[in-house]
Design a binder for this molecule. Sequence first.
Ligand code: ADP
Ligand code: MG
Length: 371
Amino acid sequence: MTAPYVRFQGVSKTYDGGSHAAVAGLDLDVAAGEFLTLLGPSGSGKTTTLMMLAGFETPTTGAILVEGEDISRKPAHKRGLGMVFQNYALFPHMTVAQNLAFPLQVRRMSRADISARVKRALSMVQLDGYESRRPAQLSGGQQQRVAVARALVFEPKAVLMDEPLGALDKSLREQLQYEISRIHRELGVTVLYVTHDQGEALTMSDRIAVFNKGRVEQCGAPGDLYDRPANLFVAGFVGENNFLAVRISGSSEGRVVASSPAGTMNASVAGAQAGDAVIAVRPERVALNPAEAPGLTRLSARVAERYFAGDHVRLVVKLKSGEDVALKTPRLEAETLPAAGADVTIGWRAADAYAFPPEDAPQTIKEHAAA
Ligand code: ADP
Ligand code: MG
């Protein structure tokens, strides 16, 4: 295996006057050319991690290596990293071309080179011909395109982006997600991307590191996190999940049988093999009125809510335990779907549900389990 491009090695950060670590014992490798996203709720340490790599914050302990070299003492402007932030941060009194030329002038590049590079960078973000506009004459999406171009214009090996699309509305955000992904592919540049939006992370990333309270809960490809979450936090934060409080009655060969007032359930082991547990199952994995089959969980329920969502229909059903289960079912079947109040059976395959230990269950499940 080749050496990582960036390596965080036992990195912790406690701010002056801070009572707890903003980042605690971070070990993380980023490969050259990789698109790695730091995903997590507000306050989980994502920005702090990025700022330490950028050189605007100093780790309290640990080391950050870039291409094997400890950069802890290197000033920010010598690290050669491109940066994009949420609030554009373009120079308002300069034209688009002057904004893009700035990092090149700092690097003492010739006029001819600068003008060629500015043109290329603008073309990359599809803003050909916008050289003489000022930021105030651009829409939010266009300003953020300029910010992306400015971060890339000096051809850095890595670009750090901290919630770059956070200020944009949904459709523009989605459009720019695809555009940044395309630019990443075309340039082969390493990207460290921060977001609290799990959908954005799933769409854009080669790998995602899920942050919670200054620690990485799980790091992996989007499909891995989605299909095999390591714990309840990841199961709840990445995509949508139903959580059911159960007691395990038996386990063998990676499968458990569990029960609750809702009935008997099957699931795959994800840490819990005995005692109290929480079963997680995704809405699109819950079937409506499934035929009986070996190993299939079947539970009686009553339809509580039904929502038309365009490409699918969403049902919320109530189990005998009083717990709600959401399920998504394709639009095609919409005409035959039961209405609110109807008695139904729901079910899932053991391979599609996971039994987690209850320790770190979200608060609502704990309350339910205690009731
Ligand atoms: P995120 O980007 O995931 O929202 P941050 O890295 O900004 O998280 O913050 C992590 C923790 O560090 C939070 O508890 C936050 O309040 C704290 N923190 C962030 N910046 C500072 C600062 N400059 N001084 C003191 N505490 C800070
Ligand atoms: Mg942040």
